[in-house]
Each structure stands twice: as structure tokens, then as C-alpha cells.
Design a protein around this ligand. Structure first.
Ligand code: ZN
Ligand code: ZN
Length: 175
């Protein structure tokens, strides 16, 4: 049990890590984000009727600007056949392979999910084809200036709009 303190009620969930963080490349140390404050969980993706949109483009962002959250579910490839159809990865719909079998992500857990507008100095290198944005299905698609793949952008019209920093490719520092 944690000791009660007078100001406990003022401390948000995740208090142990309270305070803004800047995420930097683990390889070269360059800052990859604005200072960000942790949310207790990844929010639900806002509903967006991309099929009704006049112009294709990203949906509203899952994570508000200035914030980050830790993804606790597997994300990205490998996508493997499952007996229980459902979202292929968090906040997405079903995916099926050519044989019609439902797929689910067995990718890494612990991604740091941010608003793509808060990313700095990342260059998109498409890993798989997408219609108007970027898809996470092929894995990491965001290059640091040092040439290291460090993150995955999801920005196609039918996907949640979010950027996932790979937990083992970045470090958190105090701004
Ligand atoms: Zn780097
Ligand atoms: Zn699209």
C-alpha cells in the first residue's frame, strides 16, 4: 500500500511518472517529440465517417496534442490467424487474409502513442501500400534523421490517426 498524502487527490493517475517528457531517439539522442504529458490510457479513437468525407485524409487524432499514452495491446506485424474474429489491432476493424481467415496482431506491446502533430523530424518511409496515408500493417515507417526506424504512423483515411513510438527505439527525458 502506498502512503496517503494530503495532496494525493491532486495527482493524476500514473502519478509515478507525472511531469512532461520529451521522447528522444535511443540511437542518436535527437528529440522526436514536443514535451508530452502522460494519459492514464490510450483514448478511444474519435468516430470519423471517412467514407462520407469530401476529401480523403487522416481522421481526428486519437491522442490530444501535448499528450502521450502507453499501448498495452500488441500492435503491428506479425499479423497471425486467430479463431476469434475481432479488431486486428487496437482501435481498428477486422482484417482477413486471402483465405478469409481473421487476423490479429502479435506485434510488440508498450508502444508510446502520440498525436502525429507532436512528432518532430521524422520522415515517412512507407512499409506497405495505403490509399491516401500510411498504414501500420507493414511495421515501422518513420525514420529518424540518423536513419533508424523509430516509429509507426497510422494516417490512412480508414484508420485511427496516431503515431506509435517503438518502446525499444526511444528514451524519455525531462524537458
Ligand atoms: Zn536517431
Ligand atoms: Zn485513404
Amino acid at each position: 500500500m502506498r502512503k496517503q498524502r494530503d495532496h494525493d487527490q491532486d495527482i493524476p493517475p500514473g502519478a509515478a511518472e507525472a511531469g512532461a517528457r520529451v521522447f528522444v531517439c535511443a540511437t542518436c539522442g535527437i528529440a522526436l517529440t514536443e514535451p508530452l504529458t502522460r494519459l492514464p490510457a490510450v483514448p478511444d479513437a474519435p468516430f470519423y465517417a471517412w467514407w462520407d468525407a469530401d476529401e480523403p485524409g487522416p481522421s481526428p487524432a486519437t491522442v490530444p496534442t501535448g499528450c502521450y499514452a502507453i499501448e498495452t495491446e500488441p500492435y503491428g506485424p506479425p499479423l497471425v490467424v486467430t479463431d476469434t474474429p475481432g479488431p486486428v489491432m487496437p482501435r481498428q476493424g477486422e482484417h482477413r487474409n486471402a483465405e478469409g481467415e481473421p487476423l490479429v496482431s502479435q506485434g510488440p506491446r508498450g508502444n508510446i502513442v502520440i498525436n502525429p502533430e507532436d512528432a518532430r523530424g521524422l520522415e515517412l518511409r512507407h512499409a506497405v501500400a495505403a490509399c491516401c496515408g500510411a498504414s501500420p500493417d507493414g511495421g515501422m515507417n518513420q525514420l529518424c534523421a540518423c536513419g533508424m526506424l523509430v516509429a509507426t504512423l497510422s494516417s490512412d483515411c480508414c484508420l485511427p490517426y496516431e503515431l506509435h513510438l517503438a518502446a525499444d527505439r526511444v528514451r524519455a527525458i525531462r524537458p
